[in-house]
Design a protein around this ligand. Structure first.
Ligand code: SAM
Length: 229
């Protein structure tokens, strides 16, 4: 839509006239900012608690993994926009959200607020809640507080994702069904390929995706793993 706007025409003209890499870079950043901010507006219009809802919807549109009967665990769920999407798409399933922060209730979801996934008590609570029910989809959109150092933040987030992966492959906090899905957010960096190799040992397919709703200048990526063995 903004492509038809006068600001867009101004920037295009500016780029043509200066024809420099810098002007083109400015134009691209302008386009990216406009397009990502559209998601914040859309989130408010559709009553989603965060723009991230559109990332999950886009990934699901691509891979079609959220089914009406799915049992889903969403780790790092606050403020709850992924849970809003999941309860809509999985009305006959079981939906559990976990977060360090307090999360306002969402009809159709059980939420463990003020819960750190790395804590043994929280892992035990999840085990007790799910009893013998196996999980079809594990979501992790967790983000640790940034330290300001990209390499450190990258490693900390990979470590959190690895903790979740070990919960169902080693720790038995919950079981994932054969052919189950694990979708996790990472910040890109040097440890990505090693983590993808670890995931590939247990999943038939591991794909890297960057939804349009991600802020384009961020290192944010999603690893979509399916066909749990
Ligand atoms: C980007 S937000 C998630 C947004 C969410 N997917 C949504 O759509 O509303 C990241 C969340 O990860 C949570 N988080 C970070 N570390 C965590 C941990 N160790 N255990 C549980 N949650 C954690 C943060 O509290 C934060 O709320």
């Amino acid at each position: 839509m903004f492509k038809n706007s006068s600001k867009f025409r101004y920037f295009t003209t500016e780029c043509k006239s200066f024809s420099t890499k810098r002007a083109k870079g400015n134009l691209n950043r302008y386009i990216q900012r406009q397009s990502t901010d559209e998601f914040a507006v859309k989130a408010r219009e559709h009553n989603y608690r965060a723009r991230s809802a559109f990332k999950l919807m886009e990934i699901d549109e691509k891979f079609k993994f959220l089914k009406p009967e799915s049992t889903v665990i969403d780790i790092g769920c606050a403020p709850g926009s992924w849970l809003q999407v999941v309860v809509d798409k999985c009305p006959n399933g079981e939906v559990l959200g976990v977060d360090l922060q307090n999360v306002l209730p969402i009809r159709g979801a059980t939420i463990f607020s003020l819960s750190d996934i790395t804590s043994l008590e929280v892992q035990q609570k999840i085990r007790e809640h799910l009893v013998n029910r196996s999980v079809d989809v594990v979501l992790s959109d967790m983000a640790p507080n940034p330290t300001g150092d990209n390499a450190t933040d990258h490693l900390r987030l990979i470590e959190l994702c690895r903790t979740v992966f070990l919960l169902f492959t080693v720790e038995n906090a919950f079981k994932v069904n054969k052919n189950g899905v694990f979708l996790c957010k990472i910040w890109d960096g040097s440890a990505r390929s090693e983590f993808v190799r670890e995931l590939s040992d247990r999943f038939g397919s591991v794909k890297t995706v960057k939804p349009v709703a991600c802020r384009d200048n961020s290192a944010e990526l999603y690893l979509f793993c399916r066909n749990f063995k």
